[in-house]
Design a protein around this ligand. Sequence first.
Ligand code: SF4
Length: 248
Amino acid sequence: MNLILQHSSLADLYEKVEAGTRITEADALRLLESKDLAALGALANLARRRRVGDRASYIVNRYLNYSNYCILSCQFCAFARKKRDTNGFELTVEEMVEKAREALRLGITELHIVGGLHPSLPFEYYTGLLRALKALDPRLQLKCFTAIEILHLAWLAGLTLPEVLQELKAAGLDALTGGGAEIFNHAVRQAIARGKESAVEYLDVHRTWHQMGGRSTCTMLYGHVESWLTGWTTCANCARSRTRRTAL
Ligand code: SF4
């Protein structure tokens, strides 16, 4: 154990982390509430080394929004616009392809594409967009859409969740983005994103995608109205219990 940890109140967690034992909720709360950044960093570094040693990697990607129009009005959202707003936008497939072409010239290997829940773009816009981008370079990784966008597209196309994911995959979708996970707690979601998908629905989208062999990320939005106890630890438990379907 290094000196930083030896003198830290988190020293007892060292053995658990070194052995790869899963920490408890109480441990997680202690870590979250700790102000001992040096010890937290040392523990995180230990956990990282255990998993991947000195291997590190990165990608160069471009983040693109096809539109900021959205039929929802999540309380925390500063991105969405209504059609009546003067600063809303939507890009054609050709405009998106041009942006991707520029980014490819700069050496990107991935596009990260999300938008709002557009009120009128047809489903064919999304599949056409994926096909056109893939045609630019088949090696280009297309990481697109949040879980709520996928649910919106399923509704738009009149397809089930597996069917819409299959259609998007066939058009070129490689991975889902993690947006929308926020905090997996009903009260918190009601406060920040009423009307958006529930935690169960979010996890269903990602679980279905993973069962099809897909990959995705998961984006936690924290530091707002959630408390560590009701929010983050529920979140962590929910994410690691992939089959959990209780009220969240
Ligand atoms: S669904 Fe997404 S874009 Fe629409 S209001 Fe909510 S956070 Fe904003």
